[in-house]
Design a protein around this ligand. Structure first.
Ligand SMILES: Nc1ncnc2c1ncn2[C@@H]1O[C@H](COP(=O)(O)OP(=O)(O)OP(=O)(O)O)[C@@H](O)[C@H]1O
Ligand SMILES: [Mg+2]
Length: 367
């Protein structure tokens, strides 16, 4: 059994603290995705779990075992890197079996494992080719095969798909998910790509500047983002933010003010939000995902006049990018029901789909 526990782990390179007292608990068999902007410490964390980078402080446990100072080879994990790091002079099969040979596994056992992994990854016909005779996606599969044959208790993936074209990424993403469903091994997977995070993860860990901003299911992070950082990072096109405020009077009525083209307008909030509203004057940012807005010139309810600046057809949906009181906003429309370009258009807000953040702390005001 191999959950992973990261306890109060700090990492500094010289005077620079990259990670500070980080805590993370990963269950056995869980697929956890680390997301966050470049330089936030994702690779560093993965390398410390792998034993390729020493911690400055804190502990790392795999299962019940403290492996903080164990050598990488004694951790029973397999890491797949962004650069596949295959040996160029070896065939795919040799690349996959190399580690097992070093570990002196019986020849028969090695053959069985390679054949099994090759079947799972659909690369049986490529086993005698050298890396240069393989496409990027095929090399990727061989690199994954090399990890699978080791039958580790834990997989670490560091942006394994980022070198692939969009179509291949999508199909490899499905393969990885299929593999996880079949093997039920613990996976820690690093990516920049929020779609990969949403589609693959049991839980997502959103990191920024060496800190964990939120840990939760994809549903949690998409529908209940804890901060503006998470709200902006997850979802594409991203969430839009309008300025507004809560006053003692609006708070008492369960309302917030939103700055619109017509000035401050009061929006009555659903009960979910009214419980924890601050009673003092608080500047807020109101977050709206594109699907929270509906183009409806005649509809009743709280609406916004959006100056339509750009229209982006994307097949099944059309995104309208416009402006409200000097702030950019993106709304989702259905083809055939799109406002004209260059004019103000009325969009209704679904109050159940709004998000409210304290403008100073940038934290969600959701109770
Ligand atoms: N060996 C090192 N020496 C000094 N600083 C380092 C070293 N390795 C990483 N860093 C710094 O630590 C920080 C975190 O790096 P890390 O590679 O973990 O980021 P990341 O989240 O994986 O980013 P990316 O998404 O670009 O891969 C960065 O500011 C980086 O410059
Ligand atoms: Mg990295």
């Amino acid at each position: 059994m191999a959950g992973v526990t990261v306890k109060q782990v700090t990492k500094s390179f010289g005077p620079i603290n990259v990670l500070e007292k980080l805590d993370l608990d990963i269950q056995d068999g869980e697929f956890v995705v680390l997301v966050g902007p470049s330089g936030c410490g994702k690779t560093t964390l993965l390398r410390m779990i792998a034993g390729l980078e020493p911690v400055s402080d804190g502990n790392i446990l795999i299962g019940a075992r403290d492996v903080t100072w164990a050598a990488p080879k004694d951790r029973d994990i397999a890491m797949v890197f962004q650069s596949y790091a295959l040996y160029p002079h070896m065939t795919a099969a040799e690349n996959m079996s190399f580690g097992l040979k070093l570990n002196k596994l019986p020849k028969k056992e090695i053959e069985t494992r390679v054949a099994e992994a090759a079947r799972m990854l659909k690369i049986e016909h490529l086993l005698s080719r050298k890396p240069r005779e393989l496409s990027g996606g095929q090399r990727q599969r061989v690199a994954m095969g090399r990890a699978i044959v080791r039958r580790p208790v834990l997989y670490l993936f560091d942006e394994p798909l980022s070198n692939l074209d969009a179509q291949l990424r999508t199909s490899m993403r499905t393969e990885i998910k299929r593999m996880h469903l079949a093997e039920k091994k613990t996976v820690i997977y690093v990516t920049h790509d929020q779609i990969e995070a949403l589609t693959l993860a049991d839980r997502i860990v959103a990191m920024n500047r060496g800190e964990i901003q939120q840990i939760g299911t994809p549903d949690d992070l998409y529908n209940r983002p804890a901060s503006i950082f998470v709200a902006s990072f997850i979802g594409s096109p991203g969430m839009s933010f309008l300025t507004g405020e809560i006053t003692p009077a609006s708070s008492a009525k369960g309302q917030i003010f939103i700055n619109t083209e017509r000035g401050k307008e009061a929006l009555s909030l659903p009960p979910l939000w009214t419980k924890g509203l601050p009673v003092e004057e608080t500047p807020v940012l109101v977050g709206l995902r594109p699907e929270a807005l509906t183009y409806d010139p005649e509809g009743a309810g709280f609406g916004l006049d959006i100056m339509v600046n750009v229209i982006e057809p994307c097949g099944a949906e059309v995104y309208v990018i416009g402006e409200v009181a000097g702030r950019e906003i993106t709304a989702r429309c259905t083809p055939g029901k799109v406002p004209p370009l260059g004019a103000p258009a009325r969009f209704l807000i679904d109050p159940d789909q709004i998000h409210i953040f304290d403008a100073n702390s940038e934290r969600s005001l959701r109770p």
